[in-house]
Write a protein that binds this ligand. Structure first.
Ligand code: BG6
Length: 491
């Protein structure tokens, strides 16, 4: 299938943390793909910035290695890679030194009318000083945008402090708070499914939906990210942002238009409608776990504590039951679950519909399972609708549940672009729809903070789980108590 590319005008992109892990793993490969597809050309400039002293040539070598590692061989002809590398430049920069801002100013000076993107792929405690530096050096032109990576603070107060400082230099229309889950193809497909089809809307409410499940499971542990992760944990790292954003997109009312604020206004209403989990219910409605080492025969996988190298009560797994207290969703639980070192890497959203009110079939037909819509975010992006059908052939009426399976790879046969490809170009185009507004971030922290506070007061609630499993048994019990179970179609 032909890919439709809308080229953008030449821009300047400055990546703070330009030689760091995110830049190498995600940003440079994503930019390369957009370049290779012809969305921008050599007139655009990408300036990597970090403390490290190195030449632009050395930086291009780092970028080349990153592209070789993260882009498939057939997608990186040498000539295209070289043309892309010619857009790259490097500046060693200490944000605390004034003369460094002057150097950056000189690099950007001759094209001051261009769209300028400052991407902050650094620790959030540097966001304030970088933005202040940009402001003082006069680099925050009207055409400038700043991209803030998560985590945006570690609670409501710290997030507001960061947003406050950034807001003194850039206005809200220039601030792009990235949540890369919003750039995933299937997440955008959730909006297409809901708002470009008439079929689902009449069923998308508490009269027809029994519950919603959102799972983001990773098979890897925290590995080299341990220093960051240990101060964060799964609640801050995944629930406060990615998982709540997914919940919002399932639960929002249809926005009146595709404008950024129409969508974000609706998400904010959902966040405001989230019922606070009161202190006396935190134990019953939330589960937090930490993976333990696995030693079986020749198999030896370290536990979280071995990976961080000291005792820790940081959770690597969270399951919880949330409620959206509004007309559409009253009484429909939203079960969220995320964890590291789980049985497999899978992210999906499950809409479980209610069961039929009455069966006309004999008991010999078998159990009638309720319909289930599954949106698989990764791996193998797909939309599956589980339906009951008659088992084919003779032998009387026997019913069976099968999925109508829309696999994106099989149907479209194209490479699924990485979320960062879409999001980076959205910043250049000035489209904020898939970025979080300040009030959304604050509302999400407001809901999450009391859970965190309660956990901190009761360290005994942390449960161990064996690496490579689906988390603590309490997570299974969380659903079984409600006579429900986590979806697993093994497909
Ligand atoms: C990041 C988290 O935001 O998302 C990581 O900080 C997590 O801990 C990652 O591994 C998951 O992203 P993806 O796209 O691999 O599902």
């Amino acid at each position: 299938m032909a890919i439709r590319i809308i080229p953008v005008s030449p821009f300047d992109l400055v990546v703070f943390g330009g030689s760091g892990d995110l830049a190498q793993r995600k940003l440079l490969p994503a930019l390369y793909h957009r370049f290779a597809d012809g969305q921008f050309d050599e007139a655009s400039r990408i300036v990597g910035i970090s403390r490290r002293e190195m030449s632009s040539e050395a930086y291009r070598e780092i970028a080349e290695r990153a592209i070789k590692k993260h882009v498939r061989a057939e997608e990186r002809p040498t000539e295209t890679v070289n043309r892309f590398l010619s857009c790259l430049d490097y500046l060693s920069h200490d944000v605390t030194k004034t003369d460094h801002w002057t150097k950056l100013g000189k690099k950007l000076a001759h094209k001051s009318e261009r769209v300028r993107v400052f991407y902050l792929a650094v620790a959030p405690d540097l966001y304030g000083s970088i933005c202040t530096g940009l402001g003082r050096a006069g680099l925050a032109t009207p055409e400038s945008r700043v991209v803030l990576e998560k985590p945006l603070g570690y609670d409501l107060a710290s997030a507001e402090a960061i947003n406050g400082v950034v807001g003194t230099v850039f206005n809200e229309g220039q601030i792009y708070r990235i949540d890369h889950y919003l750039g995933k193809e299937t997440v955008q497909n959730l909006m297409a499914l809901r708002f470009a089809n008439a079929l689902f809307e009449p069923l998308w409410n508490s009269a027809h939906v029994d519950h919603v499940q959102i799972t983001v499971a990773e098979s890897i542990g925290v590995e080299e990210r341990a220093p960051y992760y240990d101060g964060s944990g799964a609640l801050r790292d995944m629930i406060q942002n990615h998982m709540l954003q997914l919940l919002c997109l399932v639960a929002i009312e249809p926005p009146s238009s595709s404008s950024a604020d129409a969508l974000r206004d609706e998400k904010l209403k959902v966040l405001h409608a989230l019922k606070p989990i009161q202190e006396d219910l935190v134990g019953e409605r939330t589960v937090r776990g930490q993976y333990r080492a696995v030693e079986a025969g020749t198999l030896s996988i370290p536990g979280y504590i071995e990976e961080v190298g000291h005792p820790s009560v940081t959770e690597t797994f969270v399951a919880l039951k949330a409620e959206v207290a509004n007309w559409r969703w009253a009484g429909v639980p939203f079960y969220l679950r995320t964890g590291k070192r789980m049985a497999k890497r899978v992210s999906e959203i499950v809409i479980q519909f209610r069961s039929i009110p009455h069966s006309m079939f004999e008991s010999t037909a078998g159990r009638i399972a309720s319909n289930r819509l599954v949106l698989r975010l990764q791996p193998d992006e797909a939309v599956k609708m589980f339906l009951m059908i008659k088992d084919p052939g003779p032998g009387g009426m026997r019913l069976r549940q099968v999925p109508l399976n829309l696999s994106f790879a099989e149907t479209f046969g194209t490479r699924q672009p990485d979320a960062y490809e879409r999001l980076l170009l959205d910043v250049v185009r000035g489209n904020q729809s898939l970025f979080m507004r300040r009030d959304e971030v604050a509302a999400a922290w407001r809901w999450v903070d009391p859970i965190r506070d309660h956990w901190e007061r009761s360290s005994d609630s942390l449960q161990g789980y064996i690496g490579g499993t689906w988390g603590p048994s309490a997570a299974i019990a969380l659903m079984e108590r409600d006579h429900r179970s986590w979806h697993d179609d093994n497909g």
